[in-house]
Design a protein. Structure first.
Length: 116
């Protein structure tokens, strides 16, 4: 299984970004997917998740600002980030839930920097 997050960059507070997660080596649509992030000096944390059926859940810190979605035919998931805050600065990762566990293949992630 390979997962590649992309779409990060430098954005001003209040701005938006759309992150993408491309998966290969697995039947993408058979697994729940999650987005995570790791800020400098902090542990990786859960941001948002989406089931195979499209049910979503979010960390309280991003609820109402971030939107997770998936396109199973394209083996791709997305995370729309809006109303960004400096506290959202982190490396963002995606992962798939396989047999009840996140895969060990976190990839390099994509850096989101929120700064004026």
């Amino acid at each position: 299984v390979q997962l590649q997050a992309s779409g990060g960059g430098l954005v001003q507070p209040g701005g938006s970004l759309r992150l993408s997660c491309a998966a290969s080596g697995i039947v993408f649509g058979n697994n729940a997917l999650g987005w995570f992030r790791q800020a400098p000096g902090k542990q990786r944390e859960f941001v948002a998740g989406i089931t195979t059926g499209g049910i979503t859940n979010y960390a309280d810190s991003v609820k109402g600002r971030f939107t997770i979605s998936r396109d199973n035919a394209a083996n791709t998931a997305y995370l729309q980030l809006s109303s960004l805050e400096s506290e959202d600065t982190a490396v963002y990762y995606c992962n798939l839930l396989v047999n009840g566990r996140w895969t060990p293949n976190w990839g390099q992630g994509t850096l989101v920097t929120v700064s004026s």
